[in-house]
Design a protein around this ligand. Structure first.
Ligand code: CUA
Length: 331
């Protein structure tokens, strides 16, 4: 199966060919210029070599045409690389709204992943083929970097914040997953496998695991357990603001600024309630730093997303309708 020698890993995501084409273009330009410049160096060295002891060369006073050409041509080529690269980059980093969300937490030295229905994995990630997947990622300790060569996607996971990336697997199979940021003495062992499966196989796999709570259920349980629910009442009668429909909507702050309530904002508000105070509220909320794990935070945020009409999560988290029936029959 595996070829003995392969210049590129297999291309298994919707964006992979675009990344390869862009990369090949840059390599090609580099090769053409390397060969051209090296050949010119040799040619000039021979053609204009010193032929006698007292030879004085004829002075050269420059050529405007030549100087314009060697400035404009490389500039144009660089702008093509930049423009083309930017298009591929932005396409790769802006997830479509219907993407299925998977959560990733890096830890010395493993990757922990969790599916919307609550299924957890370590150093493995099972995915359905042909569906856009968005990863929301963070780390419990140091900086790691999540890399799936076959998908041509790589992103750092940074302590204290969420990184996202997305891709659409286009062929079933088993692909390598790496950590590509030196993160301690077992960094090289922080590897795993991504299993891309047919939609039906994925649903069967999801249904087969020991099924606990979904992300949203676990989040709701924590929301109650940590006492969030006593102040953040749904009907806004509590001491804190209601969190219904908050995710994905702009929030007015005491400072006069407006911020978008995204994952990063919710995370910060849970860990550092005073960082961005809502207009009309005093900060009475204690910090939850140290009381909730990274996975717990992702669950609580999933719950807050689930009660917002601005969130795509409810639709995206649900399996495709045809598969729901099959999965339902099994339970
Ligand atoms: Cu984690 Cu290297």
């Amino acid at each position: 199966m595996e070829q003995a020698f392969r210049l590129f890993p297999v291309s298994a995501s919707a964006n992979a060919d675009a990344v390869d084409a862009n990369y090949l273009f840059i390599v090609l330009i580099t090769i053409v210029f390397t060969i051209g410049i090296t050949a010119a160096v040799f040619y000039f060295a021979v053609r204009y070599r010193r032929r006698s002891e007292h030879e004085i060369p004829k002075p050269v006073h420059g050529s405007l045409m030549l100087e314009i050409a060697w400035s404009v041509v490389p500039f144009a080529l660089c702008m093509v690389m930049f423009g083309w690269g930017a298009i591929v980059f932005f396409r790769g980093y802006n997830p479509p709204p219907n993407a299925m969300e998977i959560f990733v937490v890096g830890k010395q030295w493993m990757w922990k992943t969790q599916h919307p229905n609550g299924a957890r994995e370590i150093n493995e990630l099972h995915l359905p083929v042909g569906r856009p997947i968005k990863l929301t990622m963070t780390t419990e300790d140091v900086l790691h970097s999540f890399y799936i060569p076959a998908f041509r996607m790589k992103k750092d996971v940074v302590p204290g914040q969420y990184s996202t990336m997305w891709f659409e697997p286009t062929r079933t199979g088993k692909y390598h997953l790496f950590c590509t940021e030196y993160c301690g003495n077992q960094h090289s062992g922080m590897i795993g496998w991504v299993h891309v499966m047919e939609e039906a196989d994925y649903e069967a796999w999801l249904a087969g695991g020991t099924r606990g709570e979904t992300m949203v259920q676990a989040g709701e349980r924590q929301f109650n357990k940590l006492g969030c629910a006593t102040c953040h009442k749904a009907d806004n009668s509590g001491r804190g603001p209601s969190l219904v429909d908050v995710f994905g909507s702009p929030q007015k702050l005491q400072s006069g600024m407006t911020v978008m309530a995204d994952e990063g904002y919710l995370r910060e508000s849970i860990l550092k309630p005073a960082a961005k105070t809502l207009a009309g509220y005093n900060v009475e909320m204690p910090t939850f730093q140290g009381q909730i794990s990274e996975e717990g935070l992702l669950q609580v945020i999933s719950y807050i997303k689930s009660i917002s009409k601005h969130s795509q999560q409810a639709q995206a988290a649900a399996p495709a309708p045809a598969e729901t029936k099959k999965g339902g029959a099994k339970q």
